[in-house]
Design a protein around this ligand. Structure first.
Ligand SMILES: [Ca+2]
Ligand SMILES: [Ca+2]
Length: 319
């Protein structure tokens, strides 16, 4: 297949020489309250064995990978979790430092002079001044009622800062895919190969209707859903696919699978974008078919978007 599905991410934030404010709390001092799933590791088949992938995304060649035992969050880090981190450290996210972030055009809640206009190439993304994790749709939005929703508008650098505070790290791309597969070898989705369940109900939060103008809301959500919506996979992880993209530790390399090591791969040693996995509430087959276990995307580490969050991981030391 092909290039029918071009890049769908929000535009990369122009680099302006800012670096993230380091958290002031001691590394590992934080109170990370997200439920952990402990995985024994083992070998799995990584990559797109079905043929759904986009050539440019590098989902093939399919290859066996062995991962060491690790723990991973059952859900994305929520707004309430991130609030504890910020309250403890005074951390300011890069969206706050830069003064803007990318919001989906139908969700913007901002003053007219805060709307910077559509992004070139991906016009459903609008730069919005004062959009940040506390104001996910712009200055006229807030987090009321959103404690258990995934934190968004966090950059890769912000996610790393949270992980340091929590005494954890981002999952590698291989760990993420191992975990998302939930023990099902080669399946398209965390629950199997069919998008809908036997009753025709949605199993994840993506887009229904005509992207990007009409969302029929068949799954119930225009933007984010609470982190424990739908059903967890065989390993007890919720919404790896859909809802929000999730940052991974690795640099993104579209040719990486051709030369990856087969034990605990860590990604290329250099790159310009960091891996994102799982797709989001904006995915629709007509444009972004990346709501699959094998699908890959990336953005620069200082970019933030209304549809991207993260979950954390840690190696399990041998007993
Ligand atoms: Ca939806
Ligand atoms: Ca997800």
């Amino acid at each position: 297949m092909s290039d029918e599905h071009p890049p769908c991410c929000a535009p990369a934030r122009p680099v302006a020489g800012l670096s993230p404010a380091p958290p002031t709390a001691t590394a590992g001092s934080g109170r990370h309250e997200v439920e952990q799933v402990v995985l024994a590791g083992g070998e799995f088949v990584m990559g797109d064995s079905i043929g759904d992938g986009n050539t440019g995304d590098g989902e093939t060649p399919v290859h066996p990978v062995r991962v060491s035992p690790f723990s991973i969050d059952a859900t994305s880090v929520t707004n309430a979790d991130f609030e504890r981190f910020v309250a403890d450290t005074g951390y300011r996210t890069e969206a706050e430092l830069y003064g803007f972030s990318a919001v989906f055009h139908l969700a913007v809640a901002a003053e007219p002079d805060e709307v910077m206009g559509p992004a070139s190439g991906t016009p459903w993304w609008t730069g919005v001044r004062r959009a940040d994790w506390r104001h996910p749709n712009g200055s006229q939005s807030d987090l009321d009622g959103l404690d258990d929703y995934p934190v968004v508008h966090v950059t890769w650098n912000d996610a790393i800062a949270y992980c340091k505070w929590a005494g954890r790290r981002l999952p590698t791309e291989a760990e993420w895919e191992f975990a998302s597969r939930g023990g099902l070898e080669g399946a398209r989705y965390p629950w199997g190969d069919e998008l809908l369940d036997d009753n025709g109900e949605w199993r994840c939060n993506i887009w229904q209707g005509v992207f990007p103008e009409r969302n029929d809301l068949d799954d119930g959500y225009l933007t984010t859903a609470p982190v424990r919506s739908f059903q967890p996979n065989g390993y007890g992880l919720w919404q790896t696919v859909g809802n929000v993209w999730e940052w991974c530790a690795d640099w993104f390399g579209p040719r990486y699978y051709k030369f990856t090591p087969d034990v605990d791969p860590q990604g290329p040693s250099l790159g310009s974008g960091r891996v994102m996995r799982g797709g989001s509430y904006l995915c629709h087959d007509s444009y972004c078919n990346r709501y699959r276990n094998a699908a890959r995307s990336s953005n620069t580490p200082e970019s933030s978007m209304a549809n991207t969050g993260f979950r954390t991981a840690a190696l399990i030391a041998p007993a």
